[in-house]
Design a protein around this ligand. Structure first.
Ligand code: KG4
Ligand code: ZN
Length: 331
């Protein structure tokens, strides 16, 4: 089965074609980052309008680079939610139009399911079951993944998502949006030992996260510092270390609780170098293996939606053409 996947939940238009025999045939991504930078965050109305402008040429380009036309496509997958409603509606309208015109089945995919299955696009995919740590701009959660569609949320953030904490702290450090990667870059210049940030909710049992206190701690630290570049780099490093440590502690706990030996890291924050290095280092104990999507499939993309949609279409699942988009949708 060859599936065209459409991702438009936030500020990236992602289109891809996945074949369950041959793998990923093509993927195209248009990022709106520059459009939103001046506003310090995603402006929903601008995001929707830009998706409208980019989606048709991107679909055409993806078909072209896969060397396919509409006859070659067996099904359409799109992000049904969660996300910005206006942005989601552009993707769902495109999916519905194509499914109707081409007379193909259609499937609405949960954006976070896309993220947690993204490592399946790699050469060395994890086998089920595994624990997935999903850390993006909108979500932080630990999920027990027994198979496609068999997800149990073990813990999640009670306030800010990890990516959100990165972005807000980056803003306080005077960095542009999205600040996560820029804060991480600044942290590379930092020296350890100058600041000690808390590891929230690690001193009590449970798998939930809380990152808003860390952001407040960062705000107070930045306000009372000398404002020098090196000081900011030291703060960025201490903040990043605190997030990575906290995530690692909770992941180890989730692995122990489930008795699983495989951990998947996915979502935008899984692109973080320190996070990857730190988790990689933790696997040296031999207690578990860690898997993450290649960088292109960590942040939002169409390939993960095409992959997840393909699995569901192959299993005979369908979404009615009348289905509404779901800006809030539990996994
Ligand atoms: O998954 P994603 O592309 O979009 C959402 O579904 O939210 O994640 C975006 C988030 C942003 O908060 C961004 O700052 C963060 O992922 N991010 C990073 C890095 N790359 C992206 N955070 C820390 N370090 C990075 N290298
Ligand atoms: Zn995402």
């Amino acid at each position: 089965m060859i599936v065209l996947g459409i991702e438009t939940s936030c500020d990236e238009t992602g289109i891809a074609i996945y074949d369950n025999q041959r793998g990923l045939l093509a993927h195209e991504l248009y990022s709106q980052v520059k459009l939103h930078t001046d506003y310090g965050g995603v402006v929903p109305e601008l995001a929707s309008r830009d998706h409208v402008r980019k989606i048709v040429p991107l679909v055409e380009r993806t078909l072209q680079s896969a060397g396919l036309d509409k006859q070659g496509i067996d099904g359409i997958a799109y992000t049904r939610g969660p996300g910005l409603i206006g942005a989601l509606l552009v993707g769902s309208s495109m999916a519905r139009a194509l499914a109707y015109a081409w007379k193909k089945p259609m499937i609405g995919v949960h954006h976070m399911e896309g993220h947690l299955l993204a490592p399946m696009l790699d050469n060395n995919p994890p086998s089920f079951p595994f624990v997935a740590l999903l850390v993006s701009g909108g979500h932080s959660m630990l999920v027990d993944v027994k198979g496609i569609g068999e997800y149990r949320v073990l813990g999640e953030s009670v306030d800010d998502a990890a990516g959100e904490a990165f972005d807000k702290t980056a803003k306080l450090l005077g960095l542009d949006y999205p600040g996560g990667p820029l804060l991480s870059k600044l942290a590379e210049e930092g020296e350890t030992g100058h600041y000690q940030f808390p590891r929230p909710m690690t001193d009590r049992p449970g798998l939930d996260f809380s990152f808003s206190g860390l952001k407040t701690f960062a705000a107070n630290t930045i306000r009372s510092c000398d404002g020098a570049h090196q000081t900011h780099a030291n703060i960025a490093l201490a903040f990043e270390e605190a997030i990575v440590d906290t995530l690692l502690i909770k992941c180890k706990r989730a692995l122990k609780q489930t008795a699983y030996k495989r951990l998947v890291l996915a979502g935008g924050v899984a692109a973080n170098k320190r996070l990857r290095a730190s988790f990689e280092n933790a696997t040296k104990s031999g207690a578990f293996e860690v898997f993450y999507p290649s960088l292109a499939y960590c942040t939002d993309n169409g390939a993960m939606i095409a992959y997840a949609g393909c699995q569901r279409l192959v299993a005979g699942q369908r979404t009615e053409i009348s289905a509404t988009s779901l800006p809030r949708w539990p996994l």
